[in-house]
Design a protein around this ligand. Structure first.
Ligand code: C2E
Ligand code: CA
Ligand code: CA
Ligand code: CA
Length: 280
């Protein structure tokens, strides 16, 4: 602080004040967003590739926030919702909305389509979370076997005793659990053994440069092998190019997701793409 002249200090505290104001505005706007129907779910296809055929097997629901005509990215607002605790309510809305939508697609001919929903640790820590999920499945008519809940390593890292119980309860209902962003957190392979997990999602940071980086290739290869050895499905995220497709296919990774197939889009816009990807 010594190095600051008086005017610089004033500037500095102005900047801090400005930041605090912006944060407060964001929080206030967000706490209205659910009631104002400013949230929308986008969907991105998850595709199974085998013997040159691509077949959509599911969709991942991704939350969007319309602030006027501006589409705000979840990386900007999910952390704020997590901090305020509002993620519990918003997360429940997401689950309810996604299950309703996918059930509707089942009835429109996309039978068996899976619905992947991202969970925050706060949600899983809520008392009675599994019961609430069961209730949403009953209300929407989506079969439990069509629901995938995506959790991250950081959620498991907290090692709350109830987390294991909640995951076991969800598993016993027939719901599948995916470990998202695998390899980016403070991973411990022990998690794969200790928790009921059915799917590994290879983080896109490994995939993006994989085809021309031998070390990243080796990492992706090892994760794919690990998943297979544990009898888990492995989904590679962030596929943007045919080279990445080829690489993963050669490594025996059959499930992929990325802009190469489709960007996340609104329910209305994604439906024709899902239909197309189900008839190939
Ligand atoms: P995520 O779960 O890892 O989701 C994948 C992200 O990668 C999405 O970003 C998706 O749009 C993006 N993506 C998909 N394919 C490609 C590709 O080929 N290239 C590149 N560069 N990116 C691709 P998005 O939609 O911005 O979401 C960011 C994160 O926000 C998600 O990461 C997830 O952690 C969180 N999130 C989104 N929706 C929800 C939600 O409903 N609940 C919670 N708790 N978190 C959510
Ligand atoms: Ca995810
Ligand atoms: Ca991910
Ligand atoms: Ca992520």
């Amino acid at each position: 602080a010594k190095a600051f002249g008086k005017s610089q200090l004033a500037l500095y505290s102005d900047a801090l004040q400005e930041e605090a104001n912006q944060r407060l505005n964001l929080e206030n706007a967000l706490s209205e967003a659910l009631a104002q129907r400013q949230f929308e779910l986008f969907y991105q296809p998850i595709v199974q590739v085998s013997a040159g055929r691509s077949q959509v097997v599911g969709v991942e629901a991704l939350l969007r926030w319309w602030q006027g005509t501006r589409l705000v990215s979840p990386d900007e607002f999910i952390p704020v919702l997590e901090e305020s605790g509002e993620i519990v309510e918003v997360g429940e809305w997401v689950l309810q909305q996604a299950c309703t939508q996918v059930r509707q697609w089942h009835q429109q001919g996309l039978a068996g389509l899976r619905c992947s929903v991202n969970l925050s640790s706060r949600q899983l820590q809520e008392q009675g979370f599994a019961n609430r999920v069961a209730q949403i499945l009953r209300e929407t008519g989506l079969p439990p076997s069509s629901l995938v809940l995506e959790i991250t390593e950081s959620l498991l890292m907290r090692d709350v005793p109830d987390t294991l119980a909640a995951l076991r309860e969800l598993e016993s209902m027939g719901i599948r659990i995916a470990l998202d962003d695998f390899g980016t957190g403070f991973s411990s392979l022990g998690y794969l053994h200790r928790y009921p997990l059915h799917i590994i999602k290879v983080d896109k940071s490994f995939i993006t440069k994989a085809p021309d980086d031998e070390r990243l290739k080796a990492i992706s290869r090892a994760i794919i092998g690990l998943g297979r050895g544990l009898d888990m499905d492995v989904i590679a995220e962030g596929i943007e190019t045919p080279e990445q497709m080829d690489f993963l296919h050669n490594e025996g990774c059959n499930f992929v997701q990325g802009y190469w197939f489709s960007r996340p889009q609104s329910a209305l816009d994604i439906y024709p793409i899902l239909e197309q990807l189900s008839n190939q």
